[in-house]
Design a protein around this ligand. Structure first.
Ligand code: DGL
Length: 279
């Protein structure tokens, strides 16, 4: 029994996203739980999820969960707002290990941050259309006013590397103008790409608006969950166990590697390609 518990503690955490955005969550898990091993999957062949139907996003997410389970992960973080918004209830029902999404964590942070109870949420068309954030916030702050806005061009701008660029400033102005005029005091960055243009979004919204990145709270809640279940790693994994971090993608592993190194600055040595349709 003792050995079983020890073995489970030292299994990796599975993390997935439609592509690279989930690395902003990985970065936070690395910071808050430096002893944990991580297996990351980015669905680079089928990104974006943000303009796909609930059924498709659910099917893709279920395939990825099956892949991660086969990698023997002890828990899974759905590091994609779109997958969390559309597929999380289905995933939670069938997943054999503890699983956590970003929406509940983001809603917890926003509920704690707001003073005037006017909260904005930005994300993909699919996330905003699902109203998952709206529902999660209202279950915590029933008299909150929640204003959603989809920002579909932010993902390609981030992926083009235009993190600080006049084009991104201009698009941000157009997307965020209405939210600026509605008097919100808190804005949820409801897409894993958006923390990478936090500077632009912050400048556009102005100093009076608190930006909430669900990645921080997701990592914190994951740590609490693992602690409760006595599943936290009990030390750094020994060298020779195949590395602390493993990265898998469904396409373009080299491009992913270059981008990933810009986000997490850990020095990703390799990313392997997986045929996710087989799962
Ligand atoms: N990572 C996705 C999210 O957080 C955005 C990219 C996509 O559309 O797949 O919603």
């Amino acid at each position: 029994m003792q050995t079983d518990t020890q073995q489970i503690k030292n299994l990796p955490i599975g993390v997935f996203d439609s592509g690279i955005g989930g690395l902003t969550v990985v970065r936070e898990i690395m910071k808050q739980m430096p002893d944990e091993r991580i297996v990351y999957f980015g669905d680079t062949a089928r990104v974006p999820y943000g303009n796909k139907s609930k059924e498709t996003v659910t099917k893709f997410s279920e395939q990825i969960v099956r892949f991660l389970i086969q990698q023997n992960v002890k828990a899974i973080a759905v590091a994609c707002n779109t997958a969390s918004a559309q597929a999380f209830p289905a995933l939670r029902e069938s997943c054999p290990v503890p699983i956590l999404g970003v929406i509940e964590a983001g809603a917890d942070s926003a509920a704690a941050a707001t003073g005037n109870k006017k909260i904005g949420v930005i994300g993909t068309a699919s996330t905003i259309g699902s109203e998952a954030y709206q529902k999660a916030i209202l279950s915590r702050v029933p008299d909150a006013e929640v204003i959603g806005r989809s920002c579909p061009l932010f993902v390609p701008l981030v992926e083009e590397g235009l993190w600080e660029d006049p084009v991104t400033d201009e698009i941000a102005r157009r997307y965020l103008e209405e939210l600026c005029n509605r008097g919100i005091d808190t804005l949820i960055l409801g897409c894993t790409h958006y923390p990478l243009i936090r500077g632009t979004i912050g400048r556009t919204m102005g100093e009076g608006v608190k930006l909430v990145d669900p990645a921080y709270e997701t990592a914190r809640e994951l740590k609490n969950l693992l602690a409760q279940k006595n599943m936290l790693a009990d030390g750094r994994p020994a060298l020779g166990e195949g590395g602390q971090y493993e990265f898998y993608v469904s396409d373009m592993a080299d491009k992913f590697k270059t981008f990933a190194n810009m986000i997490i600055r850990y020095g990703i040595l390799s990313a392997r390609t997986v045929d996710i349709e087989k799962y």
